[in-house]
Design a protein around this ligand. Structure first.
Ligand code: FAD
Length: 376
């Protein structure tokens, strides 16, 4: 089969790897507008369950990925300058760039052709030139836009703003920090992803953003303003920018996932709010699901229909949980009157996927503290 892939992010690369691994006779070409070492952002997070899925799909890249991993079991909630730790959660972090390098190497070893620094504008020609066109071109997918009539996308630009920084202050565990100043409430999502660096994502509601005056502020002033808000947490370390800008989260859904020989994959197909840390996981698990359907049939429309049928309920379930989590952060200022232990409890149960009983099983000490909270 001749397969063209637009986008060399986790979805496109991983799908190419799995297809080529299944049959060396597939002719697969990935078109990526960036160079092999360019990337946005810092680290990404995987759960223990995702790692098991990656191992089952491709042991070689799994071994490389886990060699680089920083693993932890705690979520820390910082509020009123008090840290509450909740244990029994299994997460790992890796630099996005490192992950992409591992996947690029593996794809090239298997014989996938990657054309870097090639931005695709003429999508229709590329589509006509192959049996299958995979649109793994990210959240602002041009393929989705080009065939909007066929895909029926539903795009919802949310009101909260967020910015993705790094820092050399190390946060050992997924740390959710709340700080308030005269402008309003700021929340930081941070975690270490290599021995020297942590991701540090900051979000706030539109009112707080306007009050702080970010609209008129330069990138340097923004960095130092946000650094001041979290000065207690950064302990003298600076925030690091990677061309970091405030953005609004874009919630993506599509009425149709495929037509004729074109299929959307990863962020182009769906997004889930970063507070449940699932974007890369979902992108790679999409790739697994799509590659699996091609094991059962080589009929392209049959495989794409089957992919949409089996994968859609899984994605809808995730998006529903991520929506609750996103709404929680959009309304974070309504919860900051709670004590640290109470805030930690409502945060842990915000998406509806983790119950009181789950927490009791994972970390009985935390639930014990929560039960005795009157005395704290
Ligand atoms: C603030 C923030 C925090 C996040 N945190 C996490 C996290 O903790 N854990 C997690 O799992 N995920 C996280 N994510 C999400 C994650 O980054 C994405 O969900 C994931 O990268 C999606 O993979 P993808 O392959 O679908 O798309 P991308 O990684 O976006 O890849 C798409 C690729 O397509 C290329 N491209 C686009 N258009 C064209 C074109 N016309 N021609 C050629 N190339 C093109 C782009 O250059 C890009 O390389 C986070 C995202 C954000 C914004």
């Amino acid at each position: 089969m001749k397969i063209n892939v637009i986008g060399g992010g986790p979805a496109g690369l991983y799908f190419a790897i799995l297809m080529k691994k299944a049959s060396a006779s597939h002719q697969i070409k990935i078109y990526e507008r960036n160079g092999p070492d360019d990337t946005f952002g810092w680290g990404v997070v995987f759960s223990g369950k995702t790692l098991a899925n990656l191992r089952a799909a491709d042991e070689i890249s799994h071994a490389e990925i886990t060699k680089q991993f920083k693993a932890w079991d705690n979520v820390d909630v910082v509020h009123w300058n008090t840290k509450v730790s909740i244990h029994g959660n299994s997460f790992s972090g890796i630099a996005r760039l490192q992950l992409l390098k591992i996947l690029q190497r593996r794809a090239e070893q298997l014989g996938v052709e990657i054309e870097f620094r090639t931005e695709i504008h003429d999508i229709e020609s590329l589509r006509k030139d192959c049996d299958l066109l995979v649109a793994a071109d990210g959240v602002n997918s041009t393929v989705r836009l080009r065939y909007a009539e066929q895909f029926q996308p539903e795009l919802d630009l949310r009101t909260n703003r967020y910015i993705w920084y790094g820092t050399h202050q190390l946060f050992h565990g997924l740390t959710l920090t709340f700080r308030e100043n005269a402008a309003g409430v700021f929340a930081a999502h941070s975690y270490k992803f290599n021995p020297t660096t942590s991701t540090f994502i900051v979000e706030c509601d539109p009112q707080t953003w306007a009050n702080a005056g970010f609209e008129q502020m330069s990138a340097d002033d923004t960095l130092s303003y946000v650094g001041d808000v979290f000065a207690e947490d950064l302990k003298g370390h600076k925030l690091l920018s990677n061309n970091s800008k405030w953005i609004n989260f874009l919630l993506v859904k599509n009425g149709n996932w495929w037509f004729e020989n074109v299929v959307l994959l990863g962020d182009a197909l769906h997004t889930a709010h970063f507070s449940i840390g699932s974007g890369t996981k979902l992108a790679m698990e999409d790739a697994i699901a799509l590659a699996e359907t091609f094991q059962q049939t080589t009929d392209v429309s049959g495989a794409l229909a089957q992919f949409a049928e089996t994968r859609r309920p899984v994605i809808e379930d995730y998006q529903a949980a991520a929506f609750e989590s996103m709404r929680w952060f959009e309304n974070a200022s309504q919860y900051t009157h709670l004590s640290p232990i109470e805030l930690a409890f409502v945060l842990m149960t915000r998406s509806g996927r983790v119950s009181y009983d789950d927490l009791k099983r994972r970390d009985p000490q935390f639930i014990g503290r929560y039960e005795r909270r009157g005395s704290f």
